[in-house]
Ligand binder design. Structure first.
Ligand code: OXT
Ligand code: ADP
Ligand code: MG
Length: 568
């Protein structure tokens, strides 16, 4: 070639980075290694925030919750085979929970993998990912990187959001092509999640059913929180005058202290209501599939608002399906209600309110006890006030008793501030979600963790310290799973549910330069948490809980199969 005519070149590495940036993806959650170490380094150099975790599952949970919080796909980047598999649980979790996420994994060479010749970290990753996510794609040529990422983004966020797998074989990263052609090959996704307007007939049908109710109920699910239609949802609920029940991650869409909130009258409203409008909530196990004892004797009519048509009639008949995005649907409701909407009868709303007041009053004294070692309520009474005083802080919550009791006790005041175990009730989301929550929103995080729950992602306290994040982890340390009091009489091994007694998780935080505190009473806990939340320093508080305080599986002990033969 004559001097001055050499082509400007780009390669797979740069095309992936440029494609991400073009689509506004500015954070990657990853664990480095062959073949993606340089992709991480070069992404960082190019201005993308690259957060390196200690285990891919935690990076994956971070990416999933980032998707939930931002409506953009959270990106997790892993190495081949084992790294990919570590990330896959989180991808399946994102899909199950309808969080948009893209798991990008490096992979080994197709020629060797397909002949099963034993490549480094050989695995047919695309085939394995496929049944566990919404869509799975592989890119083999540098010029297809742009379109590959565009497909992944659109698949993750359009319709019902979910997890997408993008397979990038090692060889792709080094492939070169002309820089101009490379730039032209990139695709900026236009309108990745288009509004889906529900049909006017379905809107009218839904309102007619709601209007006909004597004892209506609105159930808000995490789809409603995801939709970011906060003002519309609040206006609709208030205009309707209907009591609302928030599912756990929908808490705060309207404050738990709102006069129409029926969170503290859950059994009553599920049993007694005659018309139930579901907004972004599925009739899965968390709602007893819409039938049985939980729902009482009286016949019930269900209205359901969801973006996924197949969700309708999944468990029981939906008499008024409204298929569309929640923002559009709720706006259409508000419009169609006009000015003549009549609130439900005071008999109903007063009955709900009085049940709620009873339950709140019953709980109040428990929250003020100052026992040491603490019980759940004594400790949670403190944390309830921490969030009340800092409604912008994000609460991450996992465990069994630690989860179920915190969900009831800690009131939420703003949308998308409560992040928990989701649809699978999975342990291990804690540190990943805490890290992404503060990075994506800029708000501090209070992570309330069972000691078992924490163990699934505990090594990420190093990550929290490394990035100096404003996260306060409170471990409800009751020496084990559900309780620390089980005994094994068969041999000298500890009982299967019990951990090292009196463990000091706070020392883990100190090992990495964070603040570690051991709190044995509500007063000590209060002081420590307030200080942590005010200072923003990475903090871990070992909250010593009475090992006998919990119950088997928290509020869902009924799901444990029973052996008729078990010796008592
Ligand atoms: O109306 P009624 O009278 O019924 O009263 C209700 C409300 O009205 C009322 N309420 C209130 N009263 C007063 N004031 C206020 N503010 C208020 N708010 C509400 O309280 C009651 C109860 O209300 P709630 O909670 O809304 O209602 P209910 O009936 O409980 O709702 C039903 C459900 C199903 C919707 C709800 O229970 C729910 O959301 N549950 C989620 C449960 C869940 O997901 N659990 C996690 C899984 S458990 C288990 O599987 C665990 N594992 C196994 C494992 C897992 N999960 N994952 C992996 C990867 N591997 C293994 C393990 C290992 S948990 C676990 C670790 C546990 O140990 P830890 O040490 O971590 O934790 P500890 O238990 O603390 O030791
Ligand atoms: P929860 O566990 O809080 O009850 P689920 O995860 O079961 O909530 O349900 C969330 C539902 O919300 C899913 O069925 C999903 O299809 C739906 N969804 C998610 N985003 C939207 C949206 N923007 N518009 C309409 N429905 C949505
Ligand atoms: Mg425990």
């Amino acid at each position: 070639e004559a001097p001055g005519t050499e082509q400007e070149l780009t390669d797979g590495f740069h095309l992936v980075i440029d494609a991400l940036k073009l689509n506004g993806i500015n954070t990657i959650y990853n664990v480095p290694g062959i073949p993606i170490t340089d992709l991480g380094r070069m992404s960082q150099a190019a201005g993308i925030r690259v957060i390196s975790f200690r285990h891919e599952q935690n990076a994956g949970y971070a990416a999933g919750i980032a998707g939930f919080l931002t409506k953009k796909p959270g990106v997790c980047l892993t190495v081949s085979a084992p790294g990919f598999l570590n990330g896959l649980t989180a991808l399946a979790h994102a899909t199950t929970n309808c969080y948009p996420m893209i798991l990008i994994s490096g992979s080994s060479e197709r020629e060797i993998v397909d002949l099963q010749q034993g490549d480094y970290e050989e695995m047919d990753q695309l085939a394995i990912a496929k049944p566990l996510c919404k869509a799975a794609y592989r890119v083999l040529h540098a010029q297809d990187i742009g379109i590959g990422l565009a497909r992944a983004i659109r698949a993750a966020v359009s319709g019902r959001p979910g997890g997408v797998y993008l397979d990038l074989p090692a060889k792709l990263f080094g492939q070169v092509m002309n820089a101009d052609a490379g730039a032209k090959s990139l695709v900026k996704v236009i309108d990745a999640a288009p509004a889906q307007i529900p049909s006017p007939a379905s809107v009218k049908r839904a309102l007619d059913v709601l209007k006909s109710a004597k004892r209506p109920l609105i159930i808000l699910g995490k789809g409603a929180a995801y939709a970011q239609a906060d003002e519309e949802i609040k206006s609709f609920v208030e205009k309707s005058g209907v009591p609302f029940l928030p599912m756990s991650m929908a808490k705060g869409l309207l404050p738990d202290t709102h006069p129409q909130c029926a969170g503290a009258a859950r059994s009553t409203v599920l049993k007694e209501s005659d018309v139930v409008m579901l907004i972004g909530a599925r009739l899965n196990w968390l709602l007893s599939h819409g039938k049985g004892k939980t729902w009482g004797e009286a016949p019930k009519k269900f209205i359901q608002v969801d973006i996924e048509p197949k969700e309708m009639d999944s468990n029981v008949e939906i008499v008024a399906p409204v298929v569309g995005d929640i923002g559009s649907a709720v706006s259409a409701f508000i419009q169609a209600m006009g000015t003549g909407w009549t609130a439900p009868s005071a008999d109903w709303t007063k009955a709900v309110q009085s049940k709620r007041e009873d339950n709140v009053a019953k709980m109040a004294p428990k929250l003020m006890n100052n026992k040491s070692p603490m019980d759940y309520h004594g400790a949670l009474g403190v944390l309830k006030n921490v969030i009340k005083e800092r409604p912008d802080a994000i609460l991450v919550n996992e465990g069994a008793n630690t989860l179920d009791l915190a969900r009831g006790v800690i009131d939420m005041y703003k949308p998308r501030k409560r992040l928990d175990v989701g649809t699978w009730g999975v342990m291990g989301i804690g540190m990943g979600q805490a890290i992404a929550a503060t990075l994506e929103t800029g708000h501090p995080v209070l992570a309330v963790e069972g000691d078992s729950a924490f163990g699934f992602s505990g090594m990420e306290v190093e990550t929290i310290c490394r990035y100096n994040l404003p996260i306060c982890v409170v471990i409800f340390n009751n020496d084990g799973i559900y309780r620390g009091t089980d005994v094994n009489n068969a041999n000298s091994d500890p009982a299967t549910t019990v951990f090292v007694k009196g463990a000091r998780y706070d020392k883990m935080m100190e090992a990495f330069g964070g603040v570690g505190i051991n709190a044995t009473s509500p007063d000590e806990l209060k002081r420590a948490v307030n200080e942590a939340m005010d200072s923003g320093k990475p903090t871990l508080i070992n909250a010593v809980i009475d090992p006998a305080a919990g119950s088997e599986s928290g509020r869902i002990g009924n799901l444990n199969p029973q052996s008729v033969l078990k010796k008592k």
